[in-house]
Ligand binder design. Structure first.
Ligand SMILES: *Cc1c(COP(=O)(O)O)cnc(C)c1O
Length: 468
């Protein structure tokens, strides 16, 4: 166990929970419900392991929120942050000034990114970066003399962030239901989720059909109205939805045919998650803009950005882009991100994903499909999902409210000291990229145990019943 390092760690768990409930408003949380139960207090972490205030060692199957790619406890990043804070803790990049960390990180990202994605606009998060993208693609077309091209096409059940702009880009119905979203000129087509929505089609037919919804939308809206299409290479927060193999080639064909920009939201898929630097490389996509955040700094500092192609950058650069954040290219965050990228490179983290961890996990994960409550098991690199089902032959959903079985399974997983999330009735994992085969064995043992216990509980409650 790591020694307490913060002033509040010496308080008993119950007191921390009471203070948390009294004063701390949590994201994406039913506050009252959490207050009654008490939040789990995480006090330390190392590698893929979390420690909580009760001394449990928990395997973090989600790399925090899909971000701690190099694992916890890398002191090099702390040292770099401390050094940068002493040297230049802050300066802005607004008024014709710059600084070395932002220069070096932009240069590094331009080298890593495929094709002519050579220019970086920094933000503090993925949400901010996607807000930048909304304004950037619309401004691009305006500067090209085509101001009517303002519609951005996205997908239902996509996740692009939680600000007003990025939440509008996303296709999460419960988010749109609060706070007056979406903003105008965002259009959502259906997602390539074959398990839940494929009906009688084969995955290949379904993938093509869903891709062609993009073409239909462009034709219906008019090519002169459409600015861009945005998508995650693999939908993350939507449940690790892996599109059928026919989907992306058809999307790329459509984007090439019509004059629209392709934005790949690489916030999860970027920085090794899929076994390459970027998900666009794994899926053979050629975006004009990539959104980045999360794994860029392995979550050690909040930083995001947009990596932009030569053409878009040149057009935007022809005038003044009235946009930016106080912390765009923050020197400490940039220095930490650079050190994170250095570690990924020097230690061959992506090679480890591609040649060791992902193939090993893929083999074990596929075996979960034998479990009586598991329908499909999907995986790309180190992001994976299973669909829970009470009758997998018909790909049936549960009769109970969506997410009931998933929540019970998540609770059983937590009780077995594994962080595995649920999205509705899909279970998802995305562990730190440095996870070893031995640790994958532990993850799988705990996941199976959680599934067994959850299925027993679901049956006990009379919920192992297909929707009719
Ligand atoms: C998490 C996420 C975002 C938002 O990033 P934040 O840093 O939470 O604002 C955007 N896009 C995708 C694909 C994400 O997973």
């Amino acid at each position: 166990m790591t020694a307490p390092t913060t002033i509040t760690n010496h308080l008993p768990t119950a007191e921390l929970q009471a203070l948390d409930a009294a004063h701390h408003m949590h994201p994406f949380t039913a506050q009252g419900e959490l207050a009654a139960k008490g939040a789990r207090v995480i006090t330390g972490a190392d590698g893929v392991w979390l420690t909580d205030s009760e001394g449990h060692r928990i395997l973090d199957g989600m790399a925090g929120l899909w971000c701690v790619n190099i694992g916890y406890g890398r002191h090099e990043l702390a040292d770099v942050a401390a050094r940068q804070m002493r040297e230049l803790p802050y300066y802005n990049t607004f008024f014709q000034t710059t600084h070395v960390p932002a220069i070096a990180l932009a240069d590094r990202l331009a080298a890593l990114a495929p094709g002519d994605l050579n220019h970086v606009f920094f933000a503090g998060s993925g949400s901010e970066a996607n807000d930048t993208n909304i304004r950037m693609v619309r401004t691009y077309w305006e500067m090209k003399g085509k101001p009517s091209k303002s519609v951005i096409i996205s997908r239902k059940n996509a996740y692009h962030g939680s600000s007003v702009g990025s939440g509008s880009l996303g296709g999460m119905a419960p988010m749109h239901a609060q706070g007056g979203l979406p903003i105008p000129d965002i259009h959502h087509i259906n997602q390539p989720n074959w398990w839940a929505e494929g009906g009688e089609m084969s995955p290949e037919e379904f993938g093509l059909a869903r891709a062609r919804e993009l073409e239909q939308a462009i034709l219906e809206l008019g090519e002169d109205r459409v600015a861009a299409f945005i998508a995650e290479p693999v939908q993350g927060a939507g449940g690790v939805i892996v599109a059928p193999e026919t989907y992306w080639p058809e999307i790329q064909r459509i984007c090439d045919k019509y004059e629209i920009l392709l934005i790949a939201d690489e916030v999860i898929c970027g920085f090794g998650r899929t076994g390459n630097w970027f998900g666009s490389q794994t899926l053979n996509i050629r975006p004009h803009i990539m959104t980045i955040a999360k794994g860029l700094s392995s979550g050690y500092q909040p930083i995001g950005g947009s990596i932009v192609c030569d053409e878009v950058a040149a057009v935007i650069g022809g005038g003044e882009f009235n946009h930016g954040y106080t912390y765009s290219g923050h020197p400490v965050a940039s220095a930490v991100a650079l050190e994170n990228l250095r570690i990924m490179e020097d230690e061959g983290v992506i090679t480890h994903v591609r040649d060791v961890a992902a193939p090993y996990l893929a083999e074990k994960w596929a075996e979960l499909a034998d479990h009586p409550m598991v329908g499909e098991a999907k995986i790309v690199g180190l992001m994976a999902s299973i669909a829970l089902s009470p009758h997998k032959d018909s790909r049936a959903a549960f009769a109970a409210e969506a997410g009931t079985a998933g929540f019970i399974t998540r609770e059983r997983s937590f009780a077995n000291n594994l962080v595995m999330r649920h999205v509705g009735d899909r279970m998802i994992i995305a562990p730190p990229l440095v996870i070893t085969p031995d640790e994958i064995d532990i993850l799988m043992t705990r996941a199976r145990k959680a599934l067994d216990e959850a299925m027993a509980e679901i049956k006990d409650q009379g919920l192992f019943v297909p929707a009719s």
